[in-house]
Ligand binder design. Structure first.
Ligand code: ATP
Ligand code: SF4
Length: 325
């Protein structure tokens, strides 16, 4: 069963009298117990989706269409008090900057214990502290470092503490937005292993957001590829890595050194992501697509369903069924 279901979701920002549509009819499900990777270049709308799912859009941003269903309940339209009963409890979030958002003058143990009491006022201070110790140990921080200050931690340890804080409400869904991007490769691998272990130990469902397709291969079951505020391809990790259908997914994979090795040089994607104030007509990838045809500049492709669970939106494959706005 889907723990989270995003359907035809549209999110707009207003800035200087203009509208930026940062999510444009995005749909995908996250099944309970699965790990889904949401992948796309900078500015494709990944963080916007995460913020919308947590009810954390800034004041100039709003969900203007579609639905977000979490655990069977509609989330769009909740007020702040209702969001607070979900956020941090049923949904936890780890940010790229989580390791920098720890308060430098408070001990880590106290910072992890605090949200435990916020989520459940019946828990006294000593019990919250015990639970915080349990969480810090679970994320691999040795007991003799629990009471240290954040500046006494390495970047990897601070990210572990950020994960412990995100777990403090016992969430069913963990949204991890670029959680390893600021870390070096070895620490990245350790944090990814930690997330894998936590998934098993806590039966977590995870939405893992990254610009790097290389990172999701190991952790995720499914991948949703986002381009210029729209989903363009979705499938299992095996499908997306084994036989990517959308030219943008292929280009993203070509930019991953380990994947590209043996299949030609690793290379970046030519051109730059489009402005979302006035995105390209038709298929938004057409100005950068090596396979673009005449129709691509004028008509948005519909979805094509392939064998297995893979779907993509591209004129190369004709159209069957689902529409893409
Ligand atoms: P990155 O990986 O760089 O964080 P992203 O894929 O997460 O990128 P978003 O941060 O969601 O993308 O941004 C999507 C679009 O929305 C971009 O065009 C961005 O400039 C715009 N945007 C994001 N936040 C705001 C805001 N508060 N006000 C106006 N526009 C915004
Ligand atoms: Fe390329 Fe056309 Fe497919 Fe878009 S629809 S990805 S431009 S071939």
């Amino acid at each position: 069963m889907a723990l989270l279901s995003i359907s035809d979701l549209t999110v707009d920002y207003r800035r200087a009298g203009r509208t930026i549509r940062a999510a444009d009819g995005v749909s995908f499900d996250i099944e309970s117990g699965s790990v889904v990777g949401l992948v796309g270049e900078s500015g494709s709308g990944k963080s916007t989706l995460a913020l919308a799912m947590m009810g954390l859009l800034p004041a100039n941003g709003a969900v203007t269409g579609g639905s977000i269903r979490f655990d069977g309940a509609e989330m769009t339209g909740l007020d702040e008090a209702q969001w607070r009963s979900v956020r941090g409890r049923r949904m936890g979030m780890v940010f790229q900057g989580a390791m920098n958002s720890l308060n430098p003058v408070r001990r880590v143990l106290d910072q992890v214990a605090e949200p435990i009491r916020t989520h459940d006022s019946s828990i006294d201070k000593a019990k919250a502290s015990d639970q915080a110790r349990g969480l810090l140990s679970l994320v691999g921080i040795p007991a003799d470092r629990h009471k240290a200050y954040p500046y006494e931690y390495s970047g990897g340890m601070r990210q572990r503490a950020g994960i412990a804080m995100a777990l403090s409400g016992g969430p069913a869904l963990l949204i991890a937005d670029e959680p390893v991007t600021a870390l070096d490769v070895i620490v990245q691998a350790r944090i990814l292993r930690l997330l894998e272990d936590l998934r098993e130990a806590l039966d977590l469902t995870i939405l893992f957001i990254t610009h790097d397709l290389g990172v999701v291969a190991r952790l995720c079951d499914r991948v949703v590829v986002l381009y210029a505020a729209r989903a363009v391809e979705e499938g299992t990790v095996e499908e997306i890595y084994g036989h990517p259908k959308h030219p943008y997914t292929r280009a993203l994979l070509q930019s991953v050194p380990n994947f590209a090795r043996g299949r030609g040089e690793s290379r970046g994607i030519p051109g730059t992501p489009p402005s979302l104030v006035s995105p390209p007509s038709g298929c938004r990838f057409h100005p950068r697509c090596p396979d673009a045809m005449e129709i691509c500049a004028t008509r948005s492709p519909g979805w094509t369903r392939f064998s297995g669970e893979q779907v993509a939106t591209c004129h190369l494959y004709g159209e069957e069924g689902l529409s893409n706005g």
